[in-house]
Write a protein that binds this ligand. Sequence first.
Ligand code: NAD
Length: 249
Amino acid sequence: MLLAGKVAVISGAANPRGIGLATARLFATHGARVAILDLDETAARDAAAGLGAEHRGFACDVTDPAACKEAARRALAAFGQVDVLINNAGITQPVKLMDITPDDLHRILEVNLSGVLYLSQAFIPHMRERRQGSIACMSSVSAQRGGGIFGGPHYSAAKAGVLGLAKAMARELGPDGIRVNCVTPGLIQTDITGGKLTDAMRQEILKGIPLNRLGTADDIAGIYLFLASDLSAYVTGAVIDANGGMLIH
Ligand code: NAD
């Protein structure tokens, strides 16, 4: 029961096969009450209901600062407190450098990077008031190795931006008792990746992964749990890799 008595808000957590809902499930088993945020209110509500009656689901497009504020208002009205924010929402676009349009760039940056800022801004005043909070942000191995299989260069840039933003937030919010950390997953089997992998691609990818398997949503949920809980009470501004050893050199 690492999160007993805590309330966690998780963005991008309505997809049954995604990292966000795997995290919500794990948090619930550790005693947290969870607010699931996602684009569609019904999907978010259904996902929360699947966890149990004490959880909630709210619509929130993280690219819209007003929607983020409204989600924070609703979460606080429902639970009275928020201890943990997981900035998990994200999108990819497998496209080559020269094919990226200004609209593509804007969209990828808005969801993956601006969304982290807007949603954090919505909860920080409450966390500051209570002088406690843990914020975990989703980056990617794509940020570290300059490209992934399913995200284009603009995705790498957005996820690298998340690393810088999270570190700056950690520096500014530390004196307020708020911790901010990042997760950088490798290739995790979700709808973003798994369904699009051919056997040949999988074999090729596995050659670069010492643990010899792709990651699962639960692998990442465990990292978020560590960052959300008091086990990581002295950890802030950190980047935790979860990639099966992809970056060992
Ligand atoms: P997913 O598609 O299941 O999860 C993304 C979720 O974000 C979805 O539920 C989607 O509806 C939601 N979302 C999209 N745009 C949104 C918006 N504007 N506002 C609110 N919610 C929005 O895929 P996933 O693999 O579970 O991805 C979760 C996160 O992990 C993403 O940030 C992704 O970039 C990151 N990531 C994934 C992998 C991987 O290999 N799967 C690797 C590294 C990082």
